[in-house]
Design a protein around this ligand. Structure first.
Ligand code: NAD
Length: 475
């Protein structure tokens, strides 16, 4: 079988260690063999990026536009094929895999345009005869470390702005899902991205990721993943003076008020909690329901959840694919036990025997916000339902968490929706919509334990990937 090599300085380079990319829907299906790089591979990739960045940063924005546009077009043209690869390696349904791939293409196309719009400012100095200009320059070499749950969208939303603004990149994707990242590398190479401007080093976090973070010639780190890994990276970056951006976990609340449209609320809760097998940082894992609608909501939510078809991600009838691997499945099942021990009524949640890692979506009814299942990120298809007296208590419970990524409310009251939008302590607020499902052209990110540093995506991504220079000129 072909070994998928790392891309370093424009060359495909194999490594001594490899890993097999296995389909979580069917572990007998091996997608391919992928290299696991070494510290030396990282050093070579960083050296190549350092050498290539000045010319890339100084190139006409048309050059950068054209590479990003071509990459976006290539991803879009192959969205069915790459989407299928994504679903095979990560386990989200085929529709979700193709959708994520199309989104990655749109992100590349969006930032192709942004390369041409990197405007600065010009002001008169307070001192006569002097002009002041404010321009944004590339930061330099950006190290990127990404998680397994969005194998193409998250690499895309880091790579595209970094390249648009003239940076060079070293990407380490999650070891569980190297396939889509490898496709991006291949596409960028074909799109004319100069040697060394984009480098891919696949492999383990403790080896490849750690070396990228500690490397003295990396200027900035963009990380998405879990809180413990992110916090460690933030400390290392503070010590070495690197710019850092972290997107981490969530324990996202969805509030359902007495006046909610019940069908909208149930549909939003099912989508937020269980689509993509609940493996989304924006998934809603706490549904907070006021007393007047609680029983009706729970009954319909349970009914809709029981009707979900769990199965092979590539089967067109499947609504919920597998859990990503055995370890994550064991963790989810452990939380099902914890929910019972903590006194919840558990609906669903059972392991489904099969050739992959399957679990029925789980509802933890009768949950209290101080339970472990309401405080810790589970990152699986497990949703706690918390009953509260009224809107004020719902808002307090929604905000009572260490995280602050996304929050939702289902209500027909403009007053309640507006109050929630203004008072939710989350980075993203959704009204009568799932907490997950975000646009690619607007900022994405959270507060508190969920995020650190400037926002990703949309025009706001420029904050992280550029550095401001103020110049004073006397003619
Ligand atoms: P993880 O923290 O285990 O791994 C993330 C990445 O960090 C992987 O590439 C991993 O190899 C690497 N890594 C691990 N140890 C490292 C180290 N010591 N030094 C450098 N790199 C290291 O997270 P995961 O399990 O891949 O992803 C799930 C987590 O990601 C969840 O907590 C989820 O909420 C979060 N997530 C957040 C967002 C967001 O935008 N907020 C989006 C998607 C996922």
């Amino acid at each position: 079988m072909t070994v998928h090599a790392n891309l370093i300085a424009g060359e495909w380079r194999e490594s001594a260690r490899t890993t097999e990319n296995v389909n979580p829907s069917d572990t007998s299906d091996v997608i391919g063999t992928y290299c696991q790089g070494s510290r030396e591979d990282v050093d070579d990739a960083v050296a190549a990026a350092r050498a290539a960045q000045p010319a890339w940063g100084a190139a006409s924005p048309q050059v950068r536009h054209d590479v990003l546009e071509a990459a976006g077009a290539a991803i879009m043209a192959r969205k069915e094929e790459i989407g299928r690869l994504l679903s095979r390696e990560e386990g989200k349904t085929l529709a979700e895999g193709i959708g994520e791939t199309a989104r990655a293409a749109q992100i590349f196309k969006f930032f192709a345009g942004e390369a041409l719009r990197n405007a600065g400012d010009a002001l008169a100095s307070v001192r006569p005869g002097i002009d002041v200009t404010i321009e944004r320059e590339a930061v330099g070499v950006i190290g990127m470390i990404t998680p397994w749950n969005f194998p193409i969208a998250i690499p895309a939303w880091k790579i595209a702005p970094a390249l648009a603004y003239g940076n060079a990149v070293v990407l380490k994707p999650a070891d569980l899902v190297p396939g889509c990242a490898w496709e991006i590398a291949n596409i960028l190479k074909d799109a004319g991205c100069p040697d060394g401007v984009f480098n891919l080093v696949m492999g383990r976090g403790s080896v490849v990721g750690a070396r990228i973070v500690e490397h003295p010639d990396v200027d900035a780190i963009s990380f998405t993943g879990s809180v413990p890994t992110g916090r460690g990276i933030a400390v290392a970056c503070a010590e070495s003076g690197k710019r850092v951006q972290l997107e981490m976990g969530g324990k996202n609340p969805m509030v359902v008020l007495d006046d909610a449209d019940l069908d909208i609320a149930v549909s939003a809760a099912v989508n937020s909690g269980f689509f993509s097998t609940g493996q989304r940082c924006t998934a809603s894992s706490r549904v907070i329901v006021t007393a007047g609608i609680h029983d009706r909501f729970l009954e319909k939510f349970a009914e809709a959840t029981k009707a979900l078809k769990v199965g092979n991600a590539l089967d067109s009838a499947t609504q919920v694919g597998p859990v990503v691997d055995a370890r994550q499945l064991e963790g989810n099942l452990g939380y099902v036990d914890i929910a019972r021990e903590e006194g919840c009524e558990v609906i669903g949640g059972e392991r489904i025997e099969g050739p992959g890692f399957f679990q029925r979506p789980a509802i933890f009814a009768g949950a209290r916000n101080d339970m472990r299942v309401c405080r810790e990120e589970i990152f699986g298809p497990c949703v706690s339902v918390i009953k509260v007296a009224d809107y004020d208590e719902a808002l307090a419970v929604a905000n009572d968490t260490d995280f602050g990524l996304s929050a939702g409310i289902c209500t027909t009251s403009l007053k309640a929706a507006t109050h929630f939008r203004k008072n939710s302590k989350a980075g993203m607020v959704m009204v009568n919509l799932p907490t997950a499902g975000v646009d690619y052209h607007v900022p994405f990110g959270g507060r508190k334990g969920s995020s650190y540093g400037p926002r990703e995506q949309g025009t706001y991504a420029r904050e992280f990937y550029t550095i401001v220079k103020t110049a004073y000129i006397q003619a």
